[in-house]
Structure formats: structure tokens, C-alpha cells
Design a protein around this ligand. Structure first.
Ligand code: SF4
Length: 122
């Protein structure tokens, strides 16, 4: 599931992604949850083994919105007991406390994107 929000827009990026669009987080997640529910009704008996949140930078979302997303997926689809649930993250947008919360909600895999190996002098 694409989450089209990022801290800034990378110059090489061709994905739909917006920076400084906090006012769109809630309406987008609300619409996405509706789509998840509708799609879940179409695949009621299917078992899901993989759920992937990304690209964009899903970890930029506030924890309550991430929890809303994962709960909607759990309510709408039959997740296998070993289902892999991934959150794509930018290293600068996650902290240990938030990661623990995400894990407790069901995320069990983190995909870290590296935009650059350049380390500027400070
Ligand atoms: S973080 Fe990823 S999705 Fe966001 S602008 Fe950069 S390359 Fe694009």
C-alpha cells in the first residue's frame, strides 16, 4: 500500500509523494481504509501472507494512523499465522519506542530505505 508522504522530495524520485502535506494524512488514511474494507469483502476467503506498507515513507505517519491502518487490514483480511507485515521506513523517521509500538500492533518486518551514503560534515 503506497503512502504518498515523505519528509522531502528526493530529486530522482518518480513516485507520487508529497512533502509537507500533514493535512492530507488523515483523509488519505481514511480513504485507504475504506478501500481496504471494500477489497477485503471481495477476497473474504483468501488467506494473506504478505502485507507491505510503502513506498513513500509510511513511517512518517503518526502512530495512531499506522495503528488504524494495520487494524483495518486485520479486520478485513484473514492473515496467515506467519504473515509478513512490512513497514517501509526512513531511518530518520522512526524511534525505538515507536518501533516497539508498531511491533506490538503486528508489524513484524522493517524495510529501511537509504537515500544516500553521503555523510556531510557537521
Ligand atoms: S523517500 Fe522514497 S518515495 Fe519519498 S521522495 Fe524519496 S525516493 Fe521518493
Amino acid at each position: 500500500m503506497h503512502i504518498p508522504f515523505c519528509r522531502s522530495k528526493c530529486h530522482y524520485c518518480a513516485f507520487c509523494s508529497l512533502a509537507d502535506a500533514e493535512e492530507l494524512y488523515e483523509p488519505y488514511i481514511s480513504a485507504l481504509c475504506k478501500e481496504i474494507i471494500i477489497t477485503g469483502r471481495q477476497f473474504q476467503n483468501a488467506s494473506v501472507d504478505t502485507v507491505y506498507f510503502g513506498g513513500g515513507t509510511p513511517s512518517i505517519l503518526p502512530i495512531p494512523l499506522l495503528n488504524q491502518l494495520i487494524q483495518t487490514v486485520k479486520d478485513s483480511f484473514k492473515l496467515g499465522s506467519t504473515a509478513e507485515i512490512t513497514l517501509e521506513a526512513n531511518p530518520g523517521t522512526v524511534h525505538m519506542g515507536e518501533l516497539r509500538n508498531m511491533q506490538s500492533q503486528g508489524f513484524n518486518r522493517l524495510s529501511l530505505g537509504v537515500q544516500s551514503f553521503f555523510v556531510g560534515r557537521t
